[in-house]
Design a protein around this ligand. Structure first.
Ligand SMILES: NC(=O)c1ccc[n+]([C@@H]2O[C@H](COP(=O)([O-])OP(=O)(O)OC[C@H]3O[C@@H](n4cnc5c(N)ncnc54)[C@H](OP(=O)(O)O)[C@@H]3O)[C@@H](O)[C@H]2O)c1
Length: 275
């Protein structure tokens, strides 16, 4: 007979403290909502726009009146803002169990005219700022992690970091490179931080109809067209993000480290000739 320790709490995040970047909308807001459903008691979100943050906080606080939900608006593409953000977080909480490094940006342009400034912008926000944020949050994560239940960092990569994404008129050259970099950085950090009781994993979403993705999604046949191209016949739903995020942050995943989990119905495995 297997001895499963306390199965009912295996996926529970009761009492945990979480930080979600880009938590004001899209995938970050799905993740934040899921963490609260799973029992997170203190949630701090961030994005650049204070009004969007306030709106998300109000909606989440209404849904989860017993949780402490707040926002610290910051432009994480700037190292000084990352430092200020983490300092503000430290004033609110003494430890952080869960850090979801989700904020990101994309850019589409043909290869011949793909601007240096756009390449730099996506690399800065999607890679450099994620590293800066993680480095500065380590003391708070170390304060939360235990051997049995380590602290968690989830980076948000993309299936375009695993396969070839958009080329041609709306080529996402810098974006795809940035997401491949996020995946590789996640593995490095997993090995470096595992011994410090912090696990680092990446989620690699396929199509989710958010503000960032909707324009490109429409150009490539919309939810219907891209859904049909996927082995499971659809694009992503909020629940798909919630399921994988809650799992990775829970005790159920306390021995999962350095993985990249595609959340795309298997679309990244489809040969380009079939898409
Ligand atoms: N949607 C998809 O199909 C898809 C697929 C694969 C990967 N992803 C990844 O998922 C993550 C979330 O994307 P999404 O689709 O949810 O996009 P989204 O709806 O555009 O949300 C992006 C979030 O990041 C924030 N943000 C942007 N720039 C920021 C900055 N400089 N500092 C702080 N926050 C900033 C935005 O708020 P403000 O504008 O207020 O700053 C917003 O909250 C990204 O890393 C993206 O690459 C998305």
């Amino acid at each position: 007979m297997s001895q499963i320790k306390d199965y009912p709490t295996m996926f529970s995040l009761a009492g945990k403290i979480a930080v979600v970047t880009g938590g004001s909308r899209g995938i970050g807001l799905h993740a934040a909502t899921g963490l609260l459903h799973a029992g997170v008691s203190t949630l701090i979100i961030t994005s650049r726009k204070a009004d969007a943050c306030a709106e998300a906080v109000a909606a989440l606080q209404k849904l989860f009146p017993r949780a402490d939900v707040s926002a610290i608006p910051a432009d994480l593409s700037k190292p000084a803002e990352v430092t200020r953000f983490v300092a503000e977080v430290s004033k609110k909480v003494k430890s952080v169990h869960i850090l979801i490094a989700n904020a990101g940006a994309s850019w589409g342009a043909p290869v011949d005219t793909h601007p240096d400034s756009a390449f730099a912008k996506v690399m800065d926000l999607n890679v450099r700022s994620v590293f800066n944020l993680i480095r500065e949050t380590i003391p708070l994560l170390e304060a939360a992690g235990t051997k049995e239940d380590p602290a968690r960092i989830i980076t948000v990569g993309s299936v375009v970091g695993l396969q070839i994404g958009s080329i041609g008129e709306h080529g996402t050259y810098g974006y795809a490179a940035s997401k491949a970099a996020v995946h590789h950085m996640t593995k490095h950090l997993a090995v470096a931080l595992g011994p410090r009781k912090i696990l680092v994993n990446a989620v690699a979403p396929g199509w989710f109809p958010t503000k960032m993705a909707s324009g490109l999604l429409d150009l490539y046949g919309g939810a219907g067209g891209q859904g049909k191209a996927s082995p499971d016949g659809r694009i992503g739903l909020p629940e798909d993000i919630v399921g994988v995020m809650v799992f990775l942050c829970s005790r159920a995943a306390s021995h999962v480290n350095g993985t990249i989990i595609p959340v795309d119905g298997g679309m990244h495995l489809v040969p380009a000739s079939k898409m």
